[in-house]
Design a protein around this ligand. Structure first.
Ligand code: ZN
Length: 151
């Protein structure tokens, strides 16, 4: 686990310093907001869907801690261009990984470099920071109007 923990810390720092796909998405088809009262993370996820049901663009905005920001940033990279079903599946896989229901070795084929987030298990209070963007993405995808809260 220690190699994965080092990699986890590097990835978090990199994405926190230079978040990818950060900002508002004009003409978004779907959007949702998420809030994690334990930490104070607040994020918005906006996305566009193509005619074939794929996620043609996805952005996030708001204010989150390093882990929330890095998770959201990597999420936008990995879900961009995915079919909605596929994206939903990855959201569930990611949540299972960080909550310990799935081991990184089993999840790697599906989640790719997202497996570094298995490192968050060593910091249990941060699990909700890591999963918030993914819950929010799913809410946006499903067109749920109600803000997402981790509590
Ligand atoms: Zn947080």
């Amino acid at each position: 686990m220690s190699d994965l923990t080092d990699l986890y810390q590097q990835v978090i720092l990199d994405h926190q310093r230079r978040p990818r796909n950060f900002g508002d998405l004009e003409d978004a088809d779907r959007r949702a907001e998420g809030y994690n009262p334990l930490c104070g993370d607040r994020i918005n996820v906006e996305l566009k869907l193509g005619d074939d049901g794929s996620v043609t663009d996805v952005r996030f905005s708001g204010q989150g801690c390093a882990i929330c920001t890095a998770s959201a940033s990597m999420m936008t990279e990995s879900l961009h261009g995915r079919k909605a079903d596929d994206a939903d599946h990855i959201c569930r896989g990611f949540t299972d990984l960080v909550t310990g229901k799935r081991e990184p070795e089993d999840a790697e084929g599906e989640l790719g470099k997202l497996v570094v987030f298995a490192g968050v298990r060593e910091f249990p209070v941060r699990v909700k920071c890591a999963t918030l963007p993914w819950h929010t993405f799913r809410a946006a995808l499903e067109g749920r109007g109600k803000p997402v809260s981790t509590e």
